[in-house]
Design a protein. Sequence first.
Lengths: 278, 336
Amino acid sequence: MLIVKKFLRDVPAVLGFVIIVAVVLVALIAPLLASAEAVYDGNIMERLKPPSVEHWFGTDNLGRDIFARVMVGAQGALIVALSVVALAIAIGVPAGLYAGYTTGWASELVMRVTDVFLSVPQLILALAVAQLIGKGLESAMLALALTYWPFFCRTVFSETRRVRNTLFVDALQGIGASQWRILMVHVLPNVASPVIVRATIGMGFTILTTAVLGFLGIGATPPSPDWGLAIAESREYLPESWWAVTFPGLAILITVLGFNLFGDGMRDLVDPRLRRSR
Amino acid sequence: MTRFILRRLLLVLPSLFGLLVLTFVMLRILPNDPSAALAGENATPAQIAAIRKAYGFDEPIWKQFVIYLKQVAQADLGNSTISGRPVATDIALRLPATIELTLCALVFATLVGIPLGTLAAVWHNSPFDHVMRIVTVGGLAIAAFWFAIILQLVFSMSLDWLPLRGRLAVGTPEPARFTRLFLVDSLLTGRFDLFWNALQHIIMPAFTLSLGGLASIARFTRAGVLDTLQKDFVGYAEAAGYRTRRIVWVYVLRNSVVAATTQIGLLFGALISSAVAVEAIFDWPGIGSYAVNAILTSDYKAILAVTLVVGVIYAVVNIVVDITHALLDPRVAESL
C-alpha cells in the first residue's frame, strides 16, 4: 500500500483523480435526471436567458438549459474518448509487441508505418481521414483512433525491445515457452504501466481533439449536447450570450485537466526516472 | 558534423516516401471513383471515361503512383475540386501567414516559458512551483479554439482594445513584399503604422497558440534545470563563491536548455494543429483556415495537399532542430 500512500501525498494528482471521479459520476447520473426538453427540445420562450436560479448556466438560442446540456455532454465526451483510446490500444499494443519482440521485415514495416503516421500532426491527419470516410461522430472517432494508435505502438515497441533483452526472457526461451506465452504472460505486464499512463493522458488529449472536430462541424451532429458543437452553435450569439460559450469550454478544461493531472501523477509513480518532485 | 547531417537527412527519406504513399492511397483509392467525382453529378459515362483517360486513372496502380510522384516533384498538387484553382498556389500564398503566426507564438512561448520553468526548478516544491504546475498542466488542457473565442469576447467585443479578426485592418494595403511576413516587411519599409496595425492583429491569435507550447517549454526547462542543479559543477561553483543568480541563469541554464530545444520540433506539430481552429476563429488567412474551408466544402485534394505540405514542413523543422541540437551538444552528433 506504499504506492497508495505515495499517491495521496501528490496533491495535484489526487485533485485530478477527484475530478475524474466527479465527471464519471455526472456522466452516469445526469442523463437520468435531465429532461429531454432541457437538453434537446428547448423552450423557445426561454431563449438566451442569462444564468439564474432556474437555469444555473443560462439558456442557449433554442432555450435549452446549458447546465443540463453540459452535464449530459460529459457522457458523450467520455464514451468517445474511451472508445478512441481503447481502439487505439487494440491496434497499437499488439503491433508494438510484435514489432518489438521480433526482428525482420514485418517488424520493420510496422515501425515504418508508425513513423509515417507520426510524421504528420495527429489532428491534420485525422481531418484528412475523417474527410475521406465521411462526416459524423462515428467517422470522427474512427479517424482519431486510426491516427492515435502509433503513439501506443511506439511506446510498447521501445519497452518490449528493452524487456526482450533481459535475462528472464532468455530463460523463458531456454525452457521452451512459446512466443505467444512469453508476449502475453510475461512481456505484456512489464510494458503495461507506460501504456496506462499514455492512455490516461490520451483520454484528455482525445477529449480536446474531439471537441475541435465537433467545433469544426465534422464530429457530433445537432442536437447532440457535444461540448465542441455547443461552442460552435453559440458563437454567433456573442457577445450578449457569453454564458452559452463559456460553460461548455470550462467543462472541457476541467475534464482534461483532471485526466492530465492524474496521468502526470501516475507517470511519477510508475517511472521514477521522470520523477518531478525531488 | 557533415556525416551527421547526411545521416539525419537519410533517416527522414523513408517516412517522407511513406507519407507520399499514404496521401496517394487516400487520394486515389478511398474516393470510390475519382473520375466520377471529378466529372460531377450529371456526367455521362463517356465523360467519365474521358476524364479517367485524361488523368491516367486507367493506368495500373504503380504507374499512377509514379505519375503522382512526378506531379509532386513539380509542385503540382492538383486543382481544387471546388474552385478549380491549383492547390499548390493557394497554399504557397497562404503559407507565410501561418509561418508568421506560429513563429510569433513560438518566440513568445520560449521567452516566457524558459524563465518560468527555471524559477519553478530553483524554487521547487514551493507554492510557486505548485501553482506553476497547475498552470502548465492547465495550459495543455485548455481548448485553444474556446480560449480564442473568450479572448475575442473580452478584448475585442467587450473592451474593444484589439481587432476581432484578420491580419490587417480591412482595406489596408499590404506592405511591400520581401518576406511576406507583415511584421518584418512593414519594418523593412519603415511603415511603422502598418507594423502597429499588424501587431495588434497578431497578438490574440499568437497568444492563444503559444499557450500549449509555453506550458511544455516551462515543464521541460524545469525538469532540465532540476537535473543540472544536481551536477557536481554546481556544488563546485557554489563552493568557489559564485553568486547563485549567476550559477542558475548562466551555467545551469546553458546546460539544461539544450535538451529542451529538441522539444521545439515536437511542439511545432502541436502548434500547427491548434492553428487550424485558431486561424478559422480569427479569420487568419493561413493554411489552417484553408484546411477548415476545404473540410467544409469537402475539397479532398486541398486537404491531402495540406497534409502533405504540413508533413514536409514538420520533417524539415525537426531536421533543423536536430542539427541545431548537435551543433550545441557535439555528443548528440556522435550518437547517430
